[in-house]
Design a protein around this ligand. Sequence first.
Ligand code: ATP
Length: 566
Amino acid sequence: MIFGMIVTSVSSSKTDETQTLIIAICLWGLLGCTRNSLALFRERFEIHNLDYELYRHLSRISLEKFFSISMGQHHAGHSIIKRSIMSKGEAAVAGIVNMGIYELVPTILMVFIPLGLLLVKVPIIGACVIFVIICYAIYTVKYNTSFSPRLRKLDTLSNTVSKKRGEVIENADLVFANAQEERVRRECDEEKNTEGLQGKPVWLSYGVCFYGGQFFLIISQTLCIAISAYLARKGTITPGTFVAVVIWIGSALGTLTNISHVQRNLMKNLAPVSKYFRFLDYQPDILMPDKPVPIENLQGRIEFRHVSFTYRKRTDKDSLNDDEGEETSTKEHQEIPALQDISLVLDPGKRYAFVGPSGAGKSTLIGLVLRAYDSQAGHVLIDGVDIRMLDYRELRRNIGLVPQDVALFDGSMRYNITFGLNGSADKVTNEQLDHISKLSRVSEFSNKLENGWDTLVGERGLKLSGGQRQRVGIARALIKNPQILIFDEATSSLDTENEAIIRESIREASVGKTTIIIAHRLATVKDVDKIFVFDEGKLVEQGSHEELVQKDGYYRRLVHNQVILA
Ligand code: ATP
């Protein structure tokens, strides 16, 4: 409008028009300054409330959900797919929010304010522009919607490709050790190529639709300008109004392209966002009881009462990366019984061993004690209370677990050893660490560490040997001073000499604690109070070492084989 006023005043010789001209130019400058100040305000708002805060908020809700899902559900799903869904979903949600604030709202204003002015000043042109906007909106929504399933498929494919790459990078050692660099490079390249082959036609036809719409807008704009020019020539509107009308038509119709761009981005983000929301909607199968029975002075009595457990095979419904169609498929659940009618009691303060062939169900029993999963039949009781009635986080704080593969963070020894301590890690003194390190035999290598307890162990504990990692794992379990100690093949990566040392340390550390040792080597389990032998998910033998060697069963055969091998 101001520009139109300037044009009208410049082409007029009247003195009062000179005044209008000066006011219009001043207004022009003032508006420019206002716009700039608002942009600065916007920038500051963005830095304070969006850039960091939005990402932080999204990261917080993703991790909250991630850790609300049970350990069993995590084992069932693919971690790299989950990671990809989380990071892409967070980026897509942030993208949509940014787009809403910085593109959609200004775009709508830039279409509708000039449209309002047109309707007031030159209604016929306003009506034409409304007609064009409606046609273009219908066309855009139609073609964008028709592309939606194809974009969703592309996103699924892209997650699968990321999974492959992630796996290759995580298992780089395996690749190097087998000299398969060329092969994995080729496989990743082929997957990327497939992604490209499927993506290119989609985006090419999308381009045709998009630019088809642009032609329609340009032609409509030209026609509207032609009508305005005709009106100006007829004298219906002044040259100044004509200039303003041309700018308004340009703003209203030209900005429509942005709406298409916004919708295109929305469509692109729709697949990752809907998968992300599906992830956020994922229902945990292990729930905290409404009123958990408090755990005070845990004694450590563990009872399995007629426990049966079956791993539910992952179905399309559980998958976060599948298409809607597959998601609702009615594939049968295939079920694998891992434990069948197990009844046993572990008394507080005693040492027990679980032995049996691979796949017998020993680790599954441990999973039930940790409440990684719930049994479908029977009960697991801790100090006589059904495990489902306990606060599982509190329970886990009272359990020291040393798994076969000790997971380590890329942090200091201190950080890794004290990781399981609930908020009291800072209070752990070097003397306490020294004591634990003696028990776990970490002391045998800790004095060689360049920065003592502050030495960084590298990614996944890369700077430590397998045996050293195992000892850090033992130290981490012991420092919690838990009432229940579980060693799930904790000595499997140690040589016989070190195994004997660790065995001794387990013996020392487990005094007065309910201890479960899972081991294939008999030397590790021989001196426990009771040995439970499992086979194909069933408890087949139980007794002390001496009792079991008398029986003609799996344990005796195991003793026989290990004696022969020795
Ligand atoms: P190992 O001595 O080799 O560690 P294990 O006795 O600890 O074996 P488990 O790991 O408890 O055996 O496995 C028991 C059975 O359950 C096996 O048949 C195994 O294939 C199956 N199983 C274990 N984990 C899962 C899982 N996450 N999903 C499906 N099946 C599983």
